[in-house]
Design a protein around this ligand. Structure first.
Ligand code: NAP
Length: 331
């Protein structure tokens, strides 16, 4: 049986281009004991994939040149030499950008397509949802009545952060690119304010929508937006450094916060998070979030693009703000 897969062909400089990957069609390998063959159905496209392409020390090994591009995904077991999985089971794991994945059973866990549509296990019930849940609740420590600001607010992580902050009784302000995204945050998700950073002044927006300052900032973007929010933080504010997508394609040094003395003045805390640190507790979080979804308090939005071959262009949508909600590739 033939596979189709994208391998990493070159390390990008700045924005990745199509030639940084190569589409190959090798035979699917025979299974050995403990392995499972998964027919990949949906792939999670994440900003982190840009970082995995760099040959640099990080929280996870870089993808090696010539290796299948790493990606989380969900799919169906097509063959099994594991006592834990049967043909027809649906599973989640690091499946890679390919049609068929040969994976060790230890790296997979079952998902139930009857309980939620499969793409949801890559969004609100998957890695981005867990990032929002633990990043906000364990590090952001929001208290009812406080003001929470989130950047990349209309994205996979941002939409969940804002909605959980609302559930916890906070005033929530999102920063996102474009009128449509801002209208969605307010009209559909119940945010108290939304700042269109592409068309309006962020500093003025923060002044308008955060009249009492900012207690928690959940930052997905970094750069100038981080600086603008730092200028508005309150005493003992918590800044959650979840990501810095504005910096991932830099060819020069990452732009650090110029306003960091605001942390000193306000006795505030800025702390980085990595979702995998909470892996042991994903089950509890998923149960609580599934409850909120059932009660209509937490809405999920997926942006699904079809076709494995479109992987390079689809991934780049994240860096152009062309995705609206969790970006998923249907294989
Ligand atoms: P996402 O928000 O669904 O998509 C990325 C969004 O970033 C785009 O839609 C775009 O929205 C915004 N963006 C892109 N370039 C930008 C720029 N130059 N300036 C400002 N905004 C820009 O992606 P996601 O999966 O939820 O990830 C969001 C962030 O969380 C990323 O930084 C990611 O690396 C981070 N993350 C971290 C962890 C962790 O464990 N620490 C885990 C998951 C994700 P607009 O249209 O609004 O510009």
């Amino acid at each position: 049986m033939k596979n189709k897969q994208f391998i990493l062909a070159a390390r990008p400089v700045g924005e990745p281009k199509e030639t940084d990957w190569q589409l190959q069609e090798p035979d699917v390998a025979e299974l050995t004991e403990g392995q499972v063959l998964v027919q990949v159905e949906y792939l999670s496209l994440d900003p982190a994939m840009r970082g995995w392409m760099n040959d640099a020390k990080s929280y996870i090994e870089p993808v090696k040149l010539g290796e299948v591009m790493r990606a989380g995904g969900v799919g169906k077991v097509a063959q099994s030499r594991s006592s834990h999985f049967s043909v027809g089971d649906h599973v989640h794991g690091m499946l890679g950008v390919q049609q068929y994945a040969v994976v060790k059973d230890k790296g997979l866990h079952k998902v139930d397509p009857e309980l939620a549509p499969l793409p949801r296990y890559l969004g609100v019930l998957g890695m981005p949802g867990m990032t929002a849940y633990f990043g906000l609740l364990k590090t952001g420590l929001p208290q009812a009545g406080e003001t929470v600001v989130v950047s990349a607010a209309a994205g996979a992580v941002g939409t969940v952060v804002g909605q959980i902050a609302k559930i916890k009784g906070c005033r929530v302000v999102g920063i996102a690119g474009g009128e449509d995204k801002c209208a969605y945050l307010i009209d559909e998700l119940g945010f108290d304010g939304a700042i269109d950073y592409k068309n309006t002044d962020v500093k003025a927006g923060l002044k308008q929508y955060c009249p009492d300052g900012v207690d928690v900032f959940f930052d997905n973007v970094g750069g100038e937006i981080l600086d603008a929010v730092l200028a508005r933080i309150n005493l003992h504010a918590r800044i959650v450094i979840c990501g810095a997508i504005s910096q991932y394609n830099n060819t020069s040094a990452v732009k650090g916060p110029a306003n960091y003395l605001s942390l000193l003045v306000n006795r505030a805390r800025m702390e980085g998070i990595v979702v995998f640190d909470n892996a042991k507790h994903y089950g509890e979080a998923a149960r609580e979030m599934a409850g909120w979804i059932a009660q209509g308090k937490l809405k999920a939005k997926e942006h699904i693009v079809e076709g494995l071959e479109s992987f390079p262009q689809t991934l780049m949508m994240l860096f152009k703000g062309e995705n609206f909600g969790k970006l998923v590739l249907k294989v």
